[in-house]
Design a protein around this ligand. Structure first.
Ligand SMILES: [Cu+2]
Length: 328
């Protein structure tokens, strides 16, 4: 029987490795569902990296296993193995291939980032329309709060310097919805400048171009929604934005992805992606509360059922204002 030439074996191995790598790259199931316009872009890039990684893994591990078996010490073999040294074409080959892969991934990642809007934070067209409005709301709210609050709110109203801005298809257009997002130890506060709603959860309509103006009150936090494949640092004093379109109705976790203190792990909330009609309903219901003239005082029901007494409220208020010198 004739020997099969090594080149045939190499070709077969190459085809098999390629097929396995492509299959793994497209069926890994490692990522959560895609719920934003940016998610497929990120996943595409991840799939390509995993395909290349799988191929490299199989080639390197396969070669090790093959060599261990084929060049093992046989019975009766004594002394050192063959002194093999240097092979310029081989070394040039295995330097060039990784270099090309890295250059390709580098260029491709910049392309993905650009298509996500990453090179376009602070796309100014819409700020002339929206910033003054939220700015006024900021001044009104800031007067009653602490200076760090005011600074954070002002940062939210300024033109974003960093973040994910308008993607090419909405460049130069105003977003459909603007929400100011403030990170603080240990919560996210969502303020809707055009309706005055303040919420602890983010509500947005599906398929609409949403701009989050992100700020931080105390330390660095990071706004992360895994299903959107979007993560943006919230940095004190640095106006930041995150602009995206949610593509799937549902409820997704919002996670703080920057170690920000003792209760960082509990700094979670949700983003609720509504149908446009549902979102309007939510806005209607909450706008009524947001624009109510005064915060109603504690009702008798609260006092009786929950044991909340005016004295307790006064105590809590004194505690929260312990920084002001006149209370010390
Ligand atoms: Cu945090």
């Amino acid at each position: 029987m004739e020997q099969i030439p090594a080149s045939i074996w190499t070709l077969t191995a190459g085809v098999v490795v390629t097929l396995i790598s492509f299959w793994v790259g497209h069926h890994h199931g490692l990522l959560p569902e895609q719920a934003s316009e940016q998610a497929p872009l990120v996943d595409n890039f991840f799939d390509i990296m995993l395909t290349i990684g799988t191929a490299l893994f199989l080639v390197v591990q396969g070669a090790i296993i093959l060599f261990v078996i084929r060049y093992r010490r046989r019975a009766g073999e004594e002394g050192d193995g063959l002194p093999v040294e240097g092979n310029l074409p081989l070394e040039a080959f295995w330097t060039a291939i990784p270099a090309l892969i890295v250059i390709f991934l580098g260029i491709y990642s910049v392309d993905i980032f650009q298509r996500m809007g990453g090179l376009n934070p602070g796309d100014h067209a819409m700020h002339s329309r929206h910033a003054p409005k939220s700015g006024m709301a900021v001044v009104a709210q800031a007067s009653s709060k602490t200076t760090s609050d005011a600074a954070a709110l002002l940062a939210a109203a300024q033109t974003p310097e960093i973040g994910i801005g308008a993607s090419p298809d909405v460049q130069g257009k105003a977003p459909d919805l603007v929400v100011d997002v403030m990170g603080m130890q240990y919560a996210w506060i969502f303020t809707y400048p055009d309706s005055g709603i303040v919420a602890g959860e983010l509500h947005i309509p599906v398929g609409k171009d949403v701009q989050l103006n992100i700020s931080a009150r105390d330390v660095i936090h990071s706004f992360w929604v895994p299903q959107f494949r979007l993560k943006q640092d919230a940095i004190p004093g640095v106006p930041t934005e995150l602009r995206f379109k949610a593509t799937k109705v549902g409820t997704y976790p919002v996670v703080c992805a920057e170690l920000c203190g003792g209760y960082h792990g509990a700094m979670r909330t949700q983003v609720i992606v509504h149908t446009p009609e549902d979102f309007e309903r939510w806005r209607h219901q909450n706008q009524a509360i947001a624009t109510a003239p005064v915060i109603p005082s504690l009702s008798d029901r609260h006092i009786q059922q929950m044991g909340i007494t005016p004295q307790l409220v006064a105590q809590v208020e004194a505690m929260t204002h312990h920084h002001s010198p006149e209370k010390l």
